[in-house]
Design a protein around this ligand. Structure first.
Ligand code: ZN
Length: 381
C-alpha cells in the first residue's frame, strides 16, 4: 500500500543503489533523474546496444520494480495447492505434479492467448474467498522480495472473478487482499499497491461496480484500475470514458490491456478515449509510427511482458521481440519489463531481465532504464 510521506515530486528520484552501478551508469542515471517529470516522459532514444563490456546479469542488490502482475498467475503452485485443500476444493487430480501442469504454461498445451486465459479457471476458483485472497497477496509480495528483490510491486485482479458468482461479498474479497498486502509490508521493505481489473467480456454494469469499489478502497491500498480479459466483439474502450474519468478524479492510476491480443485500432481508441497513464503490453504499436509518436507525446508507459507474449504467441519469436523492443526504444516510448504471471509462466522478474540481457534483446543500460521508468510510472506513491 502507499507509504506516507512520499511527495509526488519524489517520483523522479533514483531508487537504485549507486554502489551497484558502474561510474558511467551512475552518471547517466544522475543526469536522467535531474530532469523534470515531464522530461522523464520524453526520454532520449535508448542506446540500442552497449558498447562496453557489461555484467551478464543484474546485481542482486539492485532493487526492482514490477507494475504488471496478475494475482491469478503469481502464486507459487505449492501455495495454491495448500489453499485449495484448506478450503476443501475438489481438484480434478490428487497428483501434485498434475496440478502444477493444470496451472502453469506448457508450450504443447498453450498454443495461443485463449489457451493461456483458460489456465486462470483453476487459479481464480481457488482464490475465490477472502482467506484465499489474503494468503495469495501475502505470499506473492514476500516471495517477490525474497527471490527477486522486488521493492515496488503492483498486483492486479478482478474481484468479481473471485466471489463465486456473487456468493461472496466483493468488499470482503478486496479488504482481504489489502490485509494480505499490509501483512507482507510489515515484514518486508516493499511499496505495493492493488489494481482492480474490469473485464472486456463483462457487462458494463458489472464493470461499473468494480470501478466504484476501486474508488471506495482508494485510500486503503487500491492504486488503479485496468481492463483485462478476453477480446469481445461487443467491447468498446470509448464507452468507459466516464468511468475512467471518475477514477482519475478519485486519484487512481489508469491502465488498460491493449495492443496485445486486440487490434491496433482498439489500442488507438483506448489511448484517445480513456487517456490512460499506462498501457498493458501495447507492443502492437511497434507497427504504427504515428501511434508510437502519440504514446511518446502523451507520456504513456507500456508495460511490456516479453515471456508472456512469446507464450501466448502474440509475438512470433525472439527475432520479432528484438524488433519490437528496438522499435519502442528508437521511438523514445518509455516501457517497463514485467512478467504478467511469474508462476504460471515460470519466470520471475529478475530472471526475465537477465534472460533479456543474455539473449541481447536489451542492453545493460536499457534494463536499468526500464527499471527506472517502472519506478517513475508506478501508481504507488
Ligand atoms: Zn496482463
Amino acid at each position: 500500500m502507499a507509504r506516507p510521506g512520499r511527495a509526488s515530486s519524489e517520483r523522479g528520484l533514483l531508487p537504485l543503489p549507486f554502489s551497484a552501478m558502474s561510474d558511467e551508469t551512475a552518471r547517466l542515471l544522475t543526469l536522467h533523474s535531474a530532469r523534470s517529470a515531464s522530461v522523464l516522459h520524453r526520454p532520449r532514444p535508448l542506446v540500442v546496444a552497449d558498447k562496453a563490456a557489461r555484467p551478464a546479469s543484474l546485481p542482486q542488490g539492485l532493487a526492482l520494480a514490477e507494475l504488471h502482475v496478475h494475482v491469478g498467475s503469481a502464486v507459487d503452485p505449492a501455495v495454491m495447492w495448500s489453499i485449495a485443500h484448506a478450503q476443501g476444493i475438489r481438484l480434478p487430480t490428487k497428483n501434485y505434479w498434475e496440478f502444477v501442469q493444470l496451472i502453469t504454461v506448457d508450450r504443447r498445451r498453450v498454443k495461443g492467448f485463449d489457451d493461456y486465459l483458460a489456465l486462470f479457471h483453476w487459479t481464480e476458483l481457488i482464490q475465490s474467498s477472502p482467506e484465499a485472497m489474503e494468503r495469495s497477496v501475502y505470499e506473492i509480495i514476500g516471495g517477490a522480495y525474497r527471490r527477486h528483490n522486488i521493492q515496488r510491486l503492483e498486483l492486479r485482479f478482478n474481484p468479481m472473478k473471485r466471489n463465486r458468482g456473487g456468493e461472496r461479498d466483493l468488499d470482503h474479497i478486496i479488504a482481504a487482499a489489502i490485509r494480505g498486502m499490509e501483512r507482507s509490508l510489515l515484514e518486508y521493505p516493499v511499496h505495493a499497491g492493488l489494481i482492480l481489473c474490469l473485464d472486456k467480456a463483462f457487462d458494463y454494469e458489472l464493470n461499473e461496480i468494480i470501478v466504484h469499489k476501486a474508488i471506495a478502497h482508494a485510500e486503503r491500498g487500491v492504486v488503479g484500475i485496468d481492463i483485462a480479459g478476453p477480446e469481445s466483439p461487443s467491447f468498446s474502450f470509448a464507452r468507459y470514458r466516464p468511468l475512467f474519468s471518475s477514477a482519475r478524479e478519485a486519484g487512481l492510476g489508469l491502465t488498460v490491456h491493449a495492443g496485445e491480443s486486440g487490434t491496433l485500432d482498439a489500442m488507438r481508441e483506448a489511448l484517445r478515449s480513456l487517456r490512460p497513464d499506462r498501457i498493458g503490453h501495447g507492443i502492437k504499436a511497434a507497427h504504427d509510427p504515428e501511434l508510437l509518436a502519440e504514446l511518446r507525446e502523451a507520456g504513456v508507459l507500456l508495460e511490456v511482458c516479453p515471456t508472456s507474449n512469446l507464450h501466448t504467441r502474440v509475438v512470433g519469436g525472439v527475432d520479432e521481440l528484438l524488433w519490437v523492443l528496438s522499435t519502442l526504444a528508437s521511438h523514445g516510448v518509455p516501457f517497463s519489463i514485467n512478467t504478467d504471471g511469474p508462476e504460471m509462466l515460470g519466470r520471475g522478474l529478475r530472471d526475465e531481465l537477465n534472460w533479456l540481457l543474455r539473449r541481447r534483446l536489451l542492453g545493460y543500460e536499457q534494463v536499468l532504464r526500464c527499471n527506472q521508468w517502472a519506478y517513475a510510472h508506478s501508481f504507488v506513491r
